[in-house]
Design a protein. Sequence first.
Length: 228
Amino acid sequence: MDGQTMTAAPVLILLGPPGAGKGTQARMLEEKFGLVQLSTGDLLRAAVAQGTDAGKRAKSVMDAGGLVSDDIVIAILRDRLGEPDCAQGVILDGFPRTTVQAQALDQLLAETGQRIDAAISLEVDDTAMVTRISGRYTCAACGEGYHDAFKQPGQAGTCDRCGSTDMTRRADDKAETVASRLEAYHAQTAQLIGFYDEKGALTRIDAMGEIRDIATEMGAIVKTATAR
């Protein structure tokens, strides 16, 4: 636990658009504080695979091509929070997405005397993010990552690591797609950010900086939130 004392299992919410670095920062918080990252997709897949009651309900809906309701997601989350590895605290990524879900989450946490200790919003510059994401490409042979502006191979079109000339780009990394995803994110989470801001739980972090600097700032937020 890196020397820090946590008197209660903290619950953190990580907000930020695609490409903001949520996954990277969540992994670093997991390692430093012993927290467990929980994403909606992973929760659903695990519940279905384990055949829990909520998982069976989710599978029935998904098999029919429907969207899993909030009450099913909350039921799955309730089951997951009760597992031993969550005793040190969790990071919620991808849930809640709406104020209705946020209110349902508050009710769930109240059942065990918990609360949202911090909602951390990774703030980005949309124009810079489009450039950052749309310029990415990888070596199809070994997976080495490159970027049009920030990291090109020594010899154009040839991977520095394995020598392959087979480079690939993700279809959803196109500039138009990235811009659309950012617009959708802002529209979807605007009310949610306001919800946690009003509660005094929201902290905004500039996510355009260095990964280590962002991690240091996030670590300080976790320590402060869990010391309340």
